[in-house]
Design a protein around this ligand. Structure first.
Ligand code: WTA
Length: 577
């Protein structure tokens, strides 16, 4: 990786003129003044995201453009206020209380967003699930959270083992009624549409404390069952300010976050950040396809686009001419999150979109963006950028001491940023493990900082490869591999070896038009050897049609490793089909 290459800002129209200045001057306390609770001390995320705008000239501004194969709809801030009030009343009429866990298990639809806002207005804690979850994944989450209420659809209901979930008492069905339900189960079934019809659009919002629970996102670790990461209403401070400075949202933007709300990106930035800023959100249902995505940008005039490296790599793999068939000139700002954004993809983005793809780093546990590339800043391809103002990030060694620039170590964040996780549901022990060093949150990632203060991702703590005494970050090798024209995606693991400790094994999927051959494998090995370092060259390369990935697009190295070594794969609930 070339740590000295920079790309200057392009098409800049930015809310943050100068990073260093912002970093020096910024105080989170100043952001609090933007919200109503500055005066009242009581708060509700849904009020701040929707109702507040419905009380201003923005009331007729489109808050949500929703489209999928069958629907194409618009909702203003006033529409969403009214509908979410109604859904808040639906829950209240049923008797759902503040703090109860209400889960969503359905495809993206306007009803999903209305429900989510209504749950928050009722003071309940929302738990969004990926629609593709199968029974075990649904069971684990509903069981662990003791959810009382589930909102789902006829199609997904068969994957909900409701007869066996002792705390689940209410199921609200959106759309067609199920053909048949188990009447002997102690569950009350409701129709979303029927209940909405009966519900008043006037609601006394449940004003909560800023530290009251808001959302539970389950996330998988390398071991054990998924953990319920708890976030509170206070997180809005961070959602608001990061959406302003990193997404750079402005009044006339049409913002598209491609993430599903089952993933933290799909709520923090698919819902909260943009709406807290009064921006227009576009939600596109359905599956990824390059043509559909480019068409969506063209049709809606998307200006700011947030997606994931895996999507950009897939768009890269289909070839530049596909992008050329669409008018993408509305785009002014592109962002990527969720896994390393290889320098190669940034270069490709410059060529095809004439825009920089802004990588940024955070995780379910951090609730909001932590390290980012900002529109006005020089961007270094392959780097995650610099800490958000108000946040201290550092590289620590195994004893918790800060490491100087250039050294790889544990990426840690000074505890106390506004959207930090407040707990792991029913697992205090696991929560404590995030804070091994006094006052620091440990991310589990390895990274380094360069002389200019840019952060570089090196891998997960547990993925780093030790080979013949050399420490190799798999991401470096993967990045190199995807620079090769034949490679679409790559995943690299350490494979135990009696002589070298570990050897490097690469799993590679090929771009269209390339065939597996011994010559190609040798070429790839040499490519890494010559491009990176001899010790970093994979000794084994396996071509696979698909690499196992989470629904958020992260390649699951641990799964490949388990398959390779014939070990148990652990929790696979977040793996895409
Ligand atoms: C990884 C995602 C490299 C990292 C919002 C982190 C990244 C984990 C980046 C969290 C990035 C996220 N570069 N790696 N820009 N962003 N990651 O909880 O390993 O799904 O710890 O949240 O993704 O994933 P999560």
């Amino acid at each position: 990786m070339d740590v000295s290459e920079t790309i200057a800002p392009v098409k800049v129209r930015t809310n943050m003129a100068d990073y260093d200045q912002a970093y020096a001057d910024f105080k989170w306390q100043d952001v609090e003044k933007e919200f109503s609770w500055h005066e009242t001390g009581k708060v509700n995320m849904a009020y701040e995201a929707i109702d507040r705008h419905a009380e201003t000239w923005r009331k007729n501004k489109v808050a949500l453009y929703y489209s999928d194969e069958n629907r194409d709809e618009k909702y203003t801030f006033r529409d969403l206020k009214r509908l979410s009030n109604q859904f808040g009343n639906v829950l209240r009429n049923i008797g759902i209380e503040k703090g109860e866990r209400v889960f969503l298990f359905m495809p993206r639809s306007p009803e999903l967003y209305v429900s989510l806002l209504g749950i928050l207005k009722n003071g309940s804690i929302v738990g969004p699930l990926f629609e593709a979850f199968m029974e075990q994944a649904v069971r684990d989450r509903l069981e662990n959270s003791d959810a009382s209420t589930l909102i789902t659809t006829k199609e997904l209901l068969p994957r909900v083992p409701y007869q066996e979930l002792v705390h689940l008492n209410h199921i609200i069905i959106v759309g067609d009624a199920p053909d048949q339900v188990d009447e002997t189960a102690d569950i009350a079934f409701y129709s979303y549409e029927e209940e909405m019809k009966k519900a008043s659009p006037q609601l006394d919002i449940e004003w909560v404390d800023r530290e009251d629970g808001m959302i539970l996102h389950y996330t998988s670790g390398s071991t054990g069952k998924p953990k319920g990461v708890l976030h509170v209403h206070n997180a809005m401070i961070q959602h608001y300010q990061t959406a302003k400075w990193v997404l750079d949202l402005q009044e006339d933007d049409i913002f598209w976050c491609t993430a599903d709300p089952g993933w933290v990106t799909g709520t923090s930035y698919g819902i909260f950040g943009p709406w807290l800023n009064g921006a227009s959100n576009l939600i596109r249902g359905g599956r990824f396809s390059p043509e559909d995505w480019y068409k969506t940008i063209e049709t809606y005039g998307v200006t700011v686009w947030l997606s994931a490296p895996t999507a950009f790599r897939r768009l890269m793999a289909v070839g530049d001419n596909v992008a050329g068939e669409y008018d993408l000139s509305s785009l002014r700002h592109i962002l990527s999150v969720g896994e390393p954004l290889n320098a190669e993809v940034v270069h490709w983005g410059m060529k095809v979109y004439q825009l920089r793809i802004h990588d940024h780093w955070w995780m379910t546990e951090t609730g909001g963006m932590i390290i980012a590339n900002y529109p006005s800043m020089e961007l270094k391809p392959g780097s995650m950028g610099k800490p958000f103002p108000g946040i201290k990030a550092a590289i620590l060694d195994d004893a918790g001491n800060e490491l100087p620039p250039g050294q790889m170590g544990k990426l840690c964040i000074k505890a106390g940023w506004p959207s930090m996780l407040r707990g792991i549901w029913k697992n205090e022990e696991r929560f404590k493990q995030y804070f091994p060093f006094e006052g620091w949150f440990e991310s589990g990632d390895l990274a380094s900082i360069d002389e200019d203060g840019y952060f570089w991702f090196e891998g997960r703590d547990d993925d780093v490869i030790q080979t013949s005494g050399e420490r190799v970050g798999p991401f470096e090798v993967e990045s190199k591999l995807v620079e090769h024209p034949a490679v679409a995606e790559a995943a690299v693991i350490g494979k135990p070896d009696p002589v070298r400790g570990e050897i490097i094994k690469a799993f590679v999927s090929l771009r269209d038009g390339y065939e597996k051959s011994d010559d190609l494998l040798e070429e790839l090995r040499l490519f890494v050897k010559q491009g990176l370092a001899a010790h970093a060259a994979p000794r084994e390369i396996e071509i696979r049609e698909f690499l196992p990935k989470t629904r958020s697009g992260k390649i699951m190295r641990r799964v490949l490793k388990a398959w390779d070594l014939g070990l148990p794969t652990g929790d696979l609930s977040t793996m895409e089909e």
